[in-house]
Design a protein around this ligand. Structure first.
Ligand SMILES: [Zn+2]
Length: 131
């Protein structure tokens, strides 16, 4: 079993993106402001006219935690959860996986690149690897 993200009308475009290997950031069509997490209205100009752009998939570790407890369904602990500053200027949270993703190996300002973990036909999660 895997913890599944909530998909709603505001975040559907994001999950449609991960299915096809795109990291999508919501963009306000009225003023161009980017935002994450996605929501119905722009926090800069309050417009509801929203679109998205595809991010480069590269970013920097702003902060991270090593999660040891409590247990997470479908996960072998510990796992590294990072706040990632995308090069496009928005911040998102994600798991760091692969070589170098353990305690002491990861550091603030490390460069990360997005990858995709296909859970099943309906869900692909973005994950991060050290660049
Ligand atoms: Zn706006």
């Amino acid at each position: 079993m895997t913890v599944r993200p909530m998909v709603n009308r505001d975040s559907q475009f994001f999950w449609d993106g991960t299915q096809v290997g795109e990291l999508r950031i919501q963009v306000c069509n009225a003023c161009g402001a980017k935002r994450f997490p996605p929501g119905p209205a722009c926090q800069s100009c309050e417009a509801y006219d929203r679109g998205f752009e595809v991010a480069s998939g590269e970013g920097t570790v702003f902060s991270y935690v090593v999660h040891r407890h409590p247990p997470v369904p479908g996960k072998e602990l510990p796992i590294v959860i990072a706040l990632v500053d995308l090069d496009e200027g928005v911040r998102m949270v994600g798991e760091v996986v692969g070589a170098g993703a353990s305690d002491g190996d990861i550091a603030i300002c490390d460069r990360l690149r997005v990858d995709y973990n296909r859970v099943d036909d309906d869900l692909t999660l973005p994950v991060w690897r050290k660049a």
